[in-house]
Design a protein around this ligand. Structure first.
Ligand code: S3P
Ligand code: PEP
Length: 428
């Protein structure tokens, strides 16, 4: 369904409680299903992607009760799962698809995984190849590069794996498989990526050792159900961080934001660009840091973003590109080829759509170059069915001189179902 966004010179004021982190919500269900006993989750993100994860485990016979943000998972452990009589549908979710491949590889069930049109184009060999080295058995298009993929659960062997790509999904798929493999699995990262899997392993009582970019996990450990509190998603907060900084006369307080350092690249970029941003009420929940962030309208300057920062802000790049259109000077985003294999090719999508609004932005092989500040005007924008492109377009419309229309507002439900309600609540 298309949506017209027409805000006449708004200012943004107020407080938003940021909904649950998508990565942590997925993992809370996965670990709850693997562990023996009852797991309770608080602050769960009821978005399309996370519900796809719940649906997969329900089909495997795990009992999962969802009541708004509270979830209860009752499981007798991975060995008690049923062989499903239906195909597991992972929807639009790369995280569900790749992590499930790692989990199912070492289970004792046979299953088939399929996703939506976007998932069917996203590369899976980055997980199926190392998992095969551990003894996993997959059948799928192009040597298990693309879904649908059939998985026959097998006894696995530990692996020592040096990652060729900075990806938390690849790391996590191997760690999940390693948990059900004989011996000690060691993963060495190229760059540090989000470490929610490692932290949740600790939270569920597993023995895991992390030394710099090396992670060691002893196989065949039994996990026990526990209570998990999910912090707010900094990738969702990012849209309001940028809105608060670029919309005139604005001040926003974002509560309950996850501040795990493997995710806070956008905070460093905002500070580097001169944004008026501060953090208060730092706290810890379930092995994750949280806090409240205040942001106000700022004079911004261009910056360079690359190297180890990229995995720590990978999903925020579309909205950071919009931020850069309103900053003085040049912003260079590099080392971000991974954007090409997200829900859509996010280098092409961001550059094409921001150009329609009048931005001075050029695609490069591994990112983009933006010159600013540029006044933006309205246009009909295409989301490519990608939630992060849809939300970037909505935030852009707050600073355009005329209306922006987006072709699909529903896609925001993948990670942020109440995005438009929360946006409306702070527009004055
Ligand atoms: O592990 C995760 O929860 C995620 C890892 C990242 O993907 P990659 O591992 O492909 O970089 C990120 O883009 C995705 O939104 C969530
Ligand atoms: C890339 C994303 O998620 P996934 O890989 O789980 O589809 C995202 O949320 O931006």
């Amino acid at each position: 369904m298309s949506k017209e966004l027409n805000y006449a010179q708004p200012s943004l004021q107020g407080t938003i409680r940021i909904p649950g982190d998508k990565s942590i919500s997925h993992r809370s269900i996965m670990f709850g299903a693997i562990a023996k006993g009852t797991t309770t989750v608080e602050g769960f993100l009821q978005s399309d992607d996370c519900l796809a994860t719940i649906d997969c485990f329900t089909k495997l016979g795990v009992k999962i009760l969802v009541e708004a943000e509270a979830v209860q998972i009752i499981s007798n452990g991975i060995d008690a799962w049923n062989e499903p009589n239906e195909i597991l549908y992972t929807g639009n979710s790369g995280t569900t698809t790749r992590l499930m491949l790692g989990i199912l590889a070492g289970s004792n069930v046979s299953t088939i995984l399929i996703g939506d049109e976007s998932i069917q184009k996203r590369p899976m060999k980055r997980v199926t190849a190392p998992l095969k080295q551990m003894g996993a058995h997959f059948i799928g298009r192009d040597d298990a590069q693309f879904t649908p993929i059939a998985v026959e659960g097998k006894k696995l062997q530990a692996i020592q794996y040096k990652m060729p790509v900075a990806s938390a999904q690849v790391k996590s798929a191997i760690l999940f498989a390693g948990l059900h493999a004989e011996g000690e699995t060691m993963v060495t990262e190229m760059e540090t990526s989000r470490d929610h899997t490692e932290r949740m392993l600790l939270h569920f009582g597993a023995n895991i050792a992390v030394e710099g970019k090396k992670i060691r996990l002893q196989g065949l450990q039994e996990l026990r159900g526990t209570h998990v509190v999910v912090p707010g998603d900094i990738s969702s907060a990012a849209f309001f961080l940028v809105a608060g900084a670029i919309v005139p006369n604005s001040k926003l307080v974002l509560q309950n934001v996850g501040l795990n350092p493997t995710r806070t690249g956008i905070m460093e970029v905002l500070q580097e660009m001169g944004a008026k941003v501060s953090i208060r009420h730092l706290n810890n929940v379930s092995h994750e840091e949280i806090g409240d962030i205040t942001i106000s309208t700022s004079e911004l300057i261009g910056t360079e973003i690359g190297g180890e920062l990229i995995p720590r802000l990978i999903d925020e790049i579309p909205i950071i590109a919009l931020l850069a259109t309103q900053a003085r000077g040049r912003t260079v985003i590099k080392d971000a080829e991974e954007l090409k294999v997200k829900e859509t090719n996010r280098i092409d999508a961001v550059v094409t759509e921001l150009k329609k609004l009048g931005a001075n932005i050029t695609a490069t092989d591994d990112g983009m170059i933006i010159e600013g500040p540029t006044p933006l005007h309205g246009a009909d924008l295409f989301t490519y069915g990608d939630h992060r492109i849809g939300m970037m377009a909505a935030i852009a419309s707050l600073v355009t001189s005329s209306a922006v229309t987006i072709d699909n507002e529903i896609c925001v439900g993948v990670s942020y179902p109440n995005f438009f309600e929360q946006l409306s609540s702070v527009i004055k």
